[in-house]
Write a protein that binds this ligand. Structure first.
Ligand SMILES: Nc1ncnc2c1ncn2[C@@H]1O[C@H](COP(=O)(O)OP(=O)(O)OP(=O)(O)O)[C@@H](O)[C@H]1O
Length: 429
């Protein structure tokens, strides 16, 4: 075996190297020196001096290392710059929205109560300012397409009502060519995900007499629902407004009762597995559309206490949590029963419905039943027999024991039978 130190080359056949380490070449314990077996380099090769090619390689390697460091440094610089710029942009956006929000609320078309309420709730929130830029989730209307929370805040609006569960505004967009009703739900401790799931499920359940929302907005602090504005008022207004039900004859009342009962029966059937009842059924939530057809609004907005992790429930004498009864299907039957009482008596529900129920029960018990009926209906010649049947259906619906109330399907069948009889007896049919 020969090794040419000048060109690092072997010449001759690959040695069956069985060279021997000398005790001097082993820097450690000379006793460790033993047989060295290699087929690659003879021991003498390691000791060869550094060739010019090798030194060129190592300087190139050094250059590469420096270059690597430089690239790494540049990347770190870019990341830091990106973070700083994004933070600055978010702060600018916050300031912009806060400024625009205040402008909108000081507009003369806004209701004063809305101004103060909005200012305190929105203006200080950094998160909300960011969220204001985000679009609403549009469920079905092209008119709501591209609409942002911020657009709703800025548009001229009028307070329609303020109830237990929040406030509702009439909001004018696109220079007044689009009118929407926007409900802000108050104190609704439901997660955004649960809210979204519910909205999507409700959107899938269609009935012509159930008002579906066009879009919604959901953030940690704020939940908004957007509806088409219904120009013809509510059943409550029609019955108890300035005209006191005068323009609302018996035939129309049976029609409304039958239409609403059918719509609710459909919803209860479709949503029974999801456990989504209306939850807040009352005459103010039955609205009349352009054709004067009744539409039930706000279906499914009230989340039952069982879905609310913060709820502290207590059972009543029927083994049910009263809060749950209020939002369950049986609670809807009760709410519908109260609406039937309003239709039959023409009397409004003031505060809670117990006053009306107690009055009806007392009159019926004393057998002055005819005294219960709306005088206007008797004067127009409505059938006392059929008025009594509707009253009996109402009393079944408001049975204090929820388990003894009929279901919505049975109620719809009873009212439709009554309507058929009414139609047959009508001189105009
Ligand atoms: N989409 C709509 N178009 C027109 N008017 C509406 C619409 N939705 C609600 N309204 C009217 O706005 C008023 C207030 O409605 P809202 O539902 O906030 O009151 P409420 O039912 O008393 O409140 P809550 O259910 O929170 O106690 C009612 O007179 C109702 O008829």
């Amino acid at each position: 075996m020969q090794f040419n130190a000048s060109n690092n080359n072997f010449s001759g056949p690959l040695p069956d190297v069985k060279g021997r380490f000398s005790a001097e070449s082993w820097s450690g314990n000379p006793e460790l020196g033993g047989e060295f077996i290699s087929k690659e380099f003879p021991p003498s090769a390691a000791a060869a001096p550094l060739s010019p090619r090798k030194s060129k390689d190592s300087s190139r390697r050094l250059l590469l290392i420096y270059f690597g460091y430089a690239v790494l440094g540049l990347i770190i610089l870019l990341v830091v710059a990106f973070i700083l710029i994004s933070k600055k942009k978010l702060k600018e956006a916050e300031a912009d929205v806060a400024k625009k929000g205040v402008n909108a609320y000081t507009s003369s078309t806004y209701d004063v109560s809305k101004i103060t309420e909005h200012k305190s709730e929105y203006s200080a929130s950094y998160e909300e300012s960011r969220a204001a830029m985000s679009p609403l989730v549009v469920l079905r209307s092209p008119r709501a397409q591209g609409l942002r929370f911020e657009d709703l805040l800025r548009a001229p609006a009028e307070l329609l009502g303020k109830g237990k569960h929040g406030s509702i505004y009439k909001v004018m967009l696109h220079n007044g060519s689009t009118t929407l009703a926007v409900k802000r739900v108050k104190d609704w401790s439901v997660t955004s995900q649960a809210f979204r799931r519910r909205m999507q499920r409700l959107h899938q359940t269609r009935h012509p007499n159930i008002l579906r929302s066009l879009a919604f907005y959901s953030s940690k602090q704020e939940k908004l629902l957007v509806y088409e504005y219904q120009p013809n008022g509510s059943l409550s207004k029609l019955l108890h407004g300035s005209r006191n039900g005068q323009a609302f004859d018996w035939g129309s009342r049976i029609n409304v009762a039958a239409t609403v009962a059918e719509a609710l029966a459909y919803m209860h059937e479709e949503l029974s597995e999801d456990g989504i009842a209306h939850g807040n059924l009352k005459s103010a939530n039955i609205l009349f559309n352009n054709n004067m057809d009744p539409c039930v609004s706000e279906y499914g907005l009230m989340i039952s206490q069982s879905e609310n992790p913060s709820s502290n429930s207590h059972s009543n004498s029927f083994g049910l949590d009263p809060a749950r009864i209020r939002t369950s299907f049986k609670a809807d039957i009760y709410g519908f029963g109260v609406i039937l009482l309003e239709l039959v008596t023409g009397k409004p529900v003031q505060g809670d419905e117990l006053e009306l129920i107690q009055w009806v029960n007392t009159v019926v018990r004393e057998e002055w039943t005819v005294e219960v009926f709306d005088k206007g209906l008797l004067l127009e010649g409505a059938s006392e027999e059929r008025l009594l049947i509707l009253l009996q259906i109402a009393l079944k619906c408001i049975n204090p024991n929820p388990y003894e109330r009929p279901n919505m399907d049975q109620v719809a069948v009873m009212i439709n039978t009554l309507k058929d009889e009414e139609d047959k007896s009508s001189p105009y049919v």
